[in-house]
Design a protein around this ligand. Structure first.
Ligand SMILES: NC(=O)c1ccc[n+]([C@@H]2O[C@H](COP(=O)([O-])OP(=O)(O)OC[C@H]3O[C@@H](n4cnc5c(N)ncnc54)[C@H](OP(=O)(O)O)[C@@H]3O)[C@@H](O)[C@H]2O)c1
Length: 315
């Protein structure tokens, strides 16, 4: 099968077109013929070797952790899907190797959900990783619901875009941060208050809206943004980060629950997200489409950190 793979960690030049054996599904696994693959910041982080402490890696390494396509082969003991069915998946496996920048991927069937009917395949490919991240970060612990105020940092990115909409759909009031060019975009997603993080003091802007602090801070930026977030959560509130791990001493001093979440594959949650998409309660936004041959360019654009919504590779 055609794929893009790396043989060593490094820059974009390490991404090379390759011809590799088509993977065979084992027991409990399905093979998906990929129509489109989502691009995520984790892809270039893996390429540069940043995740080697967290997960084992094996070369040749095909990057890419999400896709949409059709079920192409069924492993022993699978029962949820039929050949030809359109599906989408967050495809992170225990070892970083057989990813979705390829014609085929093999994944446990428990990771997979039916493609939302209202979405085209390339739109569906933009959903799983970012939407599951937001869904798990917001709802696996209490705090996001009617009457709650949620602050989403990087509301215009892939994860933040879903975070805003999922929190709104749950009945929360949402404050979002983004740069000047994305203020209208985050308003279109439903934020009640849009803050331009480049225009001035984010802390003061949030405090003006929520003087006691917000119930939940969802940090999709890390670094200095995480540092200023401790004091933006109300006492008894929650700070969930998906970039850097919150400091427990800071959290204790402020009386908040602060932690890092690493998104897990989950076909059932993905089906719930699909139902919300089909009901028109949330939507995706694909701002860039690349070919497989342009995977290096796609990753370098992602690395700039300016993506609005999502970018995808179409095969
Ligand atoms: N732990 C996990 O399981 C997990 C899962 C998914 C993602 N992540 C991580 O979460 C981060 C976000 O992922 P993503 O896919 O949403 O990234 P992304 O789509 O690349 O995010 C880009 C967006 O971030 C905005 N942005 C950049 N700096 C900002 C700042 N200081 N304040 C507010 N907005 C800012 C940009 O808006 P402007 O252009 O307007 O500045 C842009 O729209 C990445 O580091 C990713 O690796 C972690």
């Amino acid at each position: 099968m055609r794929a893009i793979a790396i043989e060593q960690f490094g820059g974009p030049e390490t991404l090379k077109p390759v011809d590799l054996p088509t993977p065979e599904p084992g027991p409990g696994e399905v093979r998906i013929r990929i129509a489109a693959s989502g691009i995520n910041p984790v892809d270039w982080k893996i390429r540069e070797g940043y995740l080697t402490k967290a997960l084992p890696h094996r070369f040749p390494l095909i990057p890419g952790w999400e896709c949409a396509g059709t079920i192409d082969a069924l492993g022993m003991g699978t029962s949820r899907f039929e050949r030809g069915e359109a599906v989408y998946v967050y495809a992170r496996k225990p070892e970083v190797q057989g990813g979705t920048y390829a014609e085929y991927v093999v994944v446990p069937e428990s990771f997979v959900a039916a493609k939302p009917k209202s979405l085209l395949l390339h739109e569906a490919a933009s959903v799983p990783l970012a939407a599951l991240t937001a869904y798990q970060a917001l709802f696996r612990r209490p705090g996001v619901g009617p009457g709650a105020t949620v602050l989403v940092h990087a509301a215009s990115g892939g994860v933040g875009m879903f975070g805003v909409q999922l929190a709104k759909n749950a009945g929360a009031k949402v404050i979002g941060t983004a740069g000047p060019d994305n203020q209208d975009f985050i308003r279109s997603l439903g934020v009640d208050h849009a803050i331009d993080y480049r225009a001035g003091d984010v802390r003061a802007a949030v405090r003006a809206i929520a003087p006691e602090g917000v119930d939940v801070v969802f940090d999709c930026v890390g670094g200095e943004t995480l540092a200023l977030s401790y004091e933006l959560a109300a006492r008894g509130g929650r700070l969930v980060g998906v970039v850097d791990t919150p400091n427990q001493d800071e959290a204790k001093a402020r009386g908040i629950d602060a932690y890092y979440h690493f998104v897990e594959p989950n076909g059932e949650e993905l089906a719930t997200i699909g139902a919300l998409l089909d009901a028109g309660k949330i939507r995706t936004h694909v701002s860039a489409i690349f070919s497989l041959a342009d995977a290096a360019l796609a990753q370098e654009k992602s690395r700039e950190g300016r993506t609005r919504g999502k970018a995808v590779i179409v095969l």
